[in-house]
Write a protein of this length. Structure first.
Length: 169
């Protein structure tokens, strides 16, 4: 794999394809009795998310092919920035794609004037939770939701205006 290029993307179809390819593998254990959303359903979801004027979607590419995505936006429920939909194709897990997307999303939120950011993660998704905790995210005790029949927990972290969000705390 060559360098990871992270760029802004407004194409809901590209993001939906990455989302579906990732969750089909990564989330199968969390939704054992239901099929993943269809590509058309995810494309509609991402079109709605991208219509938010505060939303910026980023796509990571390796050798010109999309391999991951994330969205940064203002949070509608909490007075902070928000990252959502950090999805990386399983074939490139552990190669820095998720970190690159994460860091770029935090930089966007910081540049937009946010002082804190939040995100939701499936409570049982220990792989994702460890990644976020290594990067300074803190669990907000008692802040939970269950929108899809699977418990999600809320994480939060402070933002700093700096270029190196990759530094682990």
């Amino acid at each position: 794999m060559t360098d990871i290029a992270v760029t802004v993307c407004a194409d809901a179809a590209v993001i939906a394809a990455l989302h579906r390819a990732t969750i089909t593998v990564a989330y199968s254990g969390y939704f054992p009795h239901s099929e993943p959303p269809t590509l058309a359903e995810l494309e509609a979801l991402w079109a709605t998310r991208l219509a938010d004027p505060t939303a910026v979607a980023l796509v990571a590419r390796c050798d010109g092919s999309p391999v991951g995505s994330v969205m940064a936006s203002a949070d509608r429920e909490f007075a902070e920035g928000h990252i959502a939909g950090l999805h990386v194709l399983p074939a490139v897990w552990g190669m820095g794609v998720g970190s690159s997307l994460h860091d770029a999303a935090l930089m966007l939120l910081s540049e937009a004037g946010h002082h804190t950011a939040g995100l939701w993660v499936i409570a049982a998704n220990n792989r994702a939770r460890r990644m976020y905790e290594r990067r300074g995210w803190v669990l907000r005790q008692g802040v939970e939701q269950d929108p899809y029949g699977v418990l999600e927990v809320r994480y939060q972290r402070e933002l700093r205006l700096r270029k190196d969000y990759g530094q682990r705390t």
